[in-house]
Design a protein around this ligand. Structure first.
Ligand SMILES: [Zn+2]
Length: 358
């Protein structure tokens, strides 16, 4: 394997702390999205409870009820749509900003080479915000599609319950059954110190990051510190115990959020390392029984080796054409920048949090 920056213990420590901080940003976004979803589901439940109040209604009654439920559900989900999309975009901005800046700093420390001014950060940030999803589809369309699938399920469950002439409370129960279900997760042990004060200074050890807009930097730091939505807003929502663990809905919107997060982290890392003069990366897969062929075959190879293997047909580009991770949803692979110079193991690297707070 070529000499990579991951063989520098300080680089490795810095980026692994950074990755934990990024995971916090992801979790905060995910919690906000769960709360927003929960609010909308409550509204749909309330809507059905208000409309479906009679036993044994006629076909024309079913027709009327269906059109009412469709109309109001679309309104509720349109509002949720805008909230979800803007929340995902803010997560993308925060993730890209922190990944990019910290990778630039880490590479500069590990290689002793500082580039003058990173080119066009604002443009990169805009591109990250507007990026297609991992499946190369529009974020907006994916979210809308998921919401319309939910609406279809609600209408179908409602109509079936009406055909079966169930009681109003049974009709409601049938509708609620098709909602995405909440799953609880144990909170992973907290390895980072709680982040202290808002830090708007960007005068870091190596770079001053003056190329980043104040508001964008604040957004990134705030995204790490906490969720965005005030808890008071959800007094009537089911309680999400943030200390004991966290909860998420088991549906595609939240699964795709995770894939989107990983995609942004890897993109930010590649962009920064390339800007800092790194041309090559080694693909590092976690090898266990869950690793698929696509990642296993790329493990240990450099970017240019993977490109050559794709060209020669040694790797099947039709089943997977990724040159850098993630290769697919749920991909856990990492990237190791290949060192272009002998490493400079600086004696006193600050930890990631100290760097962020400095
Ligand atoms: Zn993978």
């Amino acid at each position: 394997m070529p000499h990579t920056l991951l063989s520098s213990t300080q680089y490795k420590k810095f980026v692994s702390e950074r990755d934990k901080a990024l995971e916090q940003i992801h979790q905060h976004a995910q919690m906000d999205i769960s709360h927003l979803t929960s609010e909308s589901l409550k509204s749909i439940e309330g809507l059905v409870a208000t409309l479906a109040t009679r036993h044994e209604i006629s076909v024309s009654g079913m027709h009327y009820l269906t059109s009412q439920v469709e109309f109001h559900t679309t309104q509720i989900l349109s509002k949720l749509f805008s909230q979800l999309v803007s929340r995902v975009k803010r997560m993308r901005k925060a993730v890209f900003t922190l990944t990019y800046t910290s990778e630039l700093e880490a590479v500069a420390r590990a290689t002793g080479q500082k580039i003058s001014t990173p080119p066009s950060f604002a443009q990169k940030l805009k591109a990250a915000e507007e990026a297609p999803t991992l499946r190369d589809e529009s974020l907006e369309k994916r979210v809308w599609y998921s919401l319309m699938k939910l609406r279809a399920k609600v209408v179908q469950a409602l109509n079936l319950a009406l055909v079966q002439e169930l009681s109003p409370s049974e009709v409601l129960a049938k509708v609620v059954q098709v909602f995405p279900q909440v799953q609880s997760y144990k909170r992973p042990p907290r390895e980072l110190k709680p982040f202290r004060e808002a830090d708007t200074k960007r005068d870091k050890e190596i770079y001053d990051f003056a190329f980043i807009d104040d508001a964008d930097w604040k957004l990134a730091v705030d995204a790490y510190k906490d969720t965005e939505l005030p808890p008071s807003r959800f007094d009537n929502a089911p309680s999400f115990d943030n200390e004991a663990g966290y909860q998420r809905y088991n549906w595609e919107v939240e699964q795709e959020l995770t894939d989107d997060f990983v995609h942004q982290v890897r993109d930010g890392q590649v962009e920064a390392a390339r800007d800092a003069g790194i041309q090559e990366f080694v693909w590092v897969a976690i090898l266990d029984d869950r690793t698929d062929d696509c990642c296993q075959d790329r493990n240990g190879h450099t970017t240019s080796e993977i490109e050559a293997m794709l060209d020669s047909g040694d790797l099947d580009g039709d089943s997977c054409d990724a040159v850098t991770p993630p290769a697919h949803p749920n991909c856990r692979c990492q990237l190791a920048p290949v060192a272009s110079t002998e490493q400079v193991e600086g004696p006193d690297w600050k930890s990631f949090n100290e760097w962020l707070e400095s």
